[in-house]
Design a protein around this ligand. Structure first.
Ligand code: ARG
Length: 565
């Protein structure tokens, strides 16, 4: 929690010791208008408990709040106790802290000693990495950083779709039409896609191909050497391609434990499920009551399924990481699947299933193209990122042709634009991918925030002053635009908590957009470098604190912060 909010909470606790700090902190609000104060404590929910009216409780509290230099005013309005903070006091305690802590600012210790497992990205390999998996990749990566900021140990898991009937199809296609010397395949994920698409086209006129594919997948499951060797090669080709894309985005994983990883553990899962299993049309199922379709354990030909592997993976993860939370960042079209998986785990007696959570998100519309791998109109994520980088480069050439390291900046900003576009709205919303929106340096975009960071950085570089935080007189920061910034900086720790509680990176994205807008307003209205030395030093300190908080917020979203652009 922010340092001023903490002092507000402690003061209320001193006035009303019957309430514990945590409860108080949860009740504290930011009033709708700053005229009412900076923080307010509503007493309505306490009326019953203390058998007094909210107004009475509020005035009792206000009368007992200990003297504090940080409070300009503590007053009662209806059932609220409102706190107005002393700006220079707040600036003096806050800004040096923000600057010293930098990337650790807003970090808390809630999660110390606890682990969060985050299952994200998890593309189906043997198909190229398409934009269809962009959302999970970007949201999951940001959540990993946000939970780390909450003090948790985070295990980033890529549950690759590297097993299943689609491999039967690719094997059949490869054996029929594939490049002969298997060397050709190396590095050629696009060739794999061609095969996959061709399979679906030919299977329309030759339906026996589907049976053949099922047969080959069965062979693969039974450990047939030819099938296995081909599968291994497909997997390696895909993984190499994937890792290039992750590298471009600055994303890493702790575990590439895909579906195939669980093959040997499946029999143990089936054994556990046996007592509740029934046979339906030759397949093994677990009935899940009236409000859910049954869970499919094994198909009639004995082939295992996505869900069985998910149940197995959850048990494995719990055994391995003893997680406090296991998050699945997967599109909302899989909501039923996860409901079924979690219900099965509960039926098996695993109470920790309550700590498994599906974190769904909406569709991404990419222009007017529908994304279907089967028909071959896949949009490669790699191509999208490279196009973003190229477009950014041409904007830089136009606006700032003398910039050093143009390529590095173009990569940070191009990739950042794609990531930010995905994170700026609540994840459940459908998002549109429009090049003009994405790269608008004035809009609600990554480049706008990054540009603000670069602007603040170059201001500090131009000033060229080393500021002694023990000597700078921060009580000189009296302007309205300064107050807005200081208040925003104080709230950052709460923003992180809010983002984590709701698994919403958009909370951080909206915050940093607001901070950037407020900074640019300040920058427009006030001369910074022309001022007399003391005021200049105070303002530069504020600029540095803002710049560092922008950098930290961008980091939590998975973006880099250029010094120049
Ligand atoms: N590979 C799946 C897909 O693309 C997503 C996997 C998500 N994770 C999981 N544990 N099921 O649809």
């Amino acid at each position: 929690m922010g340092i001023a909010k903490e002092i507000v909470a402690e003061s209320i606790h001193a006035a009303l010791p019957e309430l514990d700090l945590r409860e108080i902190a949860d009740l504290i609000e930011v009033p709708p208008s700053q005229d009412l104060g900076d923080y307010s404590f509503p007493c309505f929910s306490l009326a019953k408990r203390f058998r007094k009216s909210p107004v009475q409780i509020a005035s009792d509290i206000a009368g007992k709040i200990p003297e504090n230099k940080l409070f300009d005013q503590v007053n009662v309005v209806n059932g609220f106790v409102n706190f107005t903070l002393n700006q220079s006091e707040l600036a003096s305690m806050l800004l040096p802290k923000v600057i010293k802590e930098h990337r650790d600012y807003g970090k808390n210790s809630e999660g110390v000693g606890k682990t969060v497992v985050i299952d994200f990205s998890s593309p189906n390999i043997a198909k190229p990495f398409s934009v269809a998996h962009l959302r999970s990749t970007v949201i999951g990566h940001s959540l990993a950083r946000i939970w780390e900021h909450m003090g948790y140990n985070v295990e980033k898991v890529n549950h690759l779709g590297d097993w299943g009937t689609q491999f039967g199809k690719v094997i059949v296609a490869y054996r029929r039409w594939g490049d002969e010397p298997s060397q050709h395949l190396k590095g050629s994920i696009r060739h794999l896609l061609e095969l996959y698409v061709r399979f679906h086209k030919e299977a329309e006129v030759e339906p026996t191909l589907d049976d053949e594919a099922r047969l080959w997948f069965k062979k693969l499951e039974d450990g047939d050497p030819e099938a296995y060797a081909l599968w291994e090669e497909f997997r390696k080709t895909s993984l190499d391609n994937l890792q290039e894309v992750y590298e471009l985005m600055g994303i890493t994983f702790d575990h590439y434990t895909g579906e195939s990883f669980y093959n040997d553990l499946i029999p143990a899962t089936i054994e556990k499920l046996e007592p509740m299993m029934e046979v339906s049309e030759g397949a093994d199922i677990v009935p899940l009551g009236d409000d859910m379709p049954p869970f499919l354990v094994r198909k009639s030909d004995g082939a295992t399924l996505y869900g069985t592997r998910d149940v197995t993976a959850a048990i494995y993860r719990h055994e391995t990481f003893n997680f406090a939370k296991c998050l699945y960042v997967v599109g909302d079209e899989q909501s039923l699947h996860f409901k079924q998986v979690f219900t099965v785990l509960k039926k098996l007696g695993y109470d920790w299933a309550d700590n498994c959570e599906h974190v769904p998100f909406g569709l991404m519309r990419f222009g007017d193209m529908k994304l279907s791998t089967r028909q071959g109109n896949t949009i490669f994520l790699e191509d999208v990122l490279n196009k973003a980088i190229e477009l950014t480069k041409s904007i830089i050439e136009e606006k700032n042709p003398n910039l050093e390291d143009k390529d590095a900046v173009a990569r940070m900003v191009g990739v950042g634009a794609v990531i930010f576009n995905d994170l700026r709205n609540n994840r459940i919303k459908t998002i549109n991918f429009e090049w003009d929106d994405l790269l608008n340096f004035q809009g609600d975009t990554g480049p706008y925030v990054q540009y603000t960071h670069a602007r603040a950085s170059s201001l500090l570089a131009r000033a060229g002053e080393e500021i002694n935080l023990n000597e700078v007189n921060l009580s000189l920061l009296k302007e309205e635009e300064e107050k807005v910034l200081i208040t925003q900086l104080e709230r950052f720790p709460d923003v992180v908590v809010l983002a984590a509680r709701s698994n919403e990176p958009s909370t951080v994205a909206r915050y940093v957009l607001g901070l950037a807008r407020d900074f640019n307003k300040f920058y427009q209205v006030h001369r910074i470098l022309d001022e007399d030395t003391d005021l200049k030093k105070a303002r530069l300190t504020l600029v540095d604190a803002v710049r560092k908080t922008i950098d930290t917020a961008l980091y939590l979203l998975g973006l880099e912060s250029p010094e120049k652009m």
